[in-house]
Design a protein around this ligand. Sequence first.
Ligand code: MG
Length: 281
Amino acid sequence: MKKISVNEVGPRDGLQNIDIILNVDKRFQLIQSLEKAGINSLEVGSFVSPKAVPAMDNTDTLLEKLANSKSDYSVLIPNTYGYKQAKDNKVKEVCLVLCATESMNKENINKSIDETILEFKEIINMAKKDKIRTKIYISVAFECPYEGIVSSEYVYDLTKEFLSYGINEVVIADTIGAGKPDQVKKLFRRLVKDFGASNFSAHFHDTRLLALSNVKAAIGEGITKFDSCIAGLGGCPFAPGASGNLATEDLVSMLHKEGYETGINEEMLRNSAKLAAQLTN
Ligand code: MG
């Protein structure tokens, strides 16, 4: 049976994009519940300005509480300062986000794409020395709320550039849920042919109810790692209309029905989804 890996992003992507702010104990409780369901890869927080993203404040305290777990945790960082915090907190994997359009990148981290690439290159170099894994989200990889359709040629070029710097994983992220299965198929066909499938994962949103079809299209091209978010929490605060992260329980249920193995228990996952709904009202 073919194995598909699920990377849970609810504790970060989900919780930072809703109105309610959960304290560290509640964030910890949600993560523990997800781990009990069999999830062992999670994006748990970020080192960003607590003023900009108050929901992710105290990620350091959360990591302390998670120190004895065997799961793979990643943390999002926007810049070199965030990298240093991640390193000080013994994070083993950091996630970078680059938006594939200038307007969206500016909105997201207030920098041009070129400035962002320069800083990220430096972070990747430090991380290699520090033996910290790096992963980059190419956000709005199909369409941008400000600039419309994004050229797949450009996404390809960005991917190639970051792989040449030694990034460990490129996540193709359809941040506003605008990608269609044929676009997904085309992009991944080319990326996988030139760089191999193991460097990639995909992050889909269900805004137009195409997330699962897009997952299937990506699997068809050899992709075996997907992001999802318990109870479909959150979207993106800076992207108009970007509701609906793909729900982990939907992804896992579809994968099992299609005969893939995830190592995740669906019944326990439903409990986690209930808990997520309770904690966030
Ligand atoms: Mg998302």
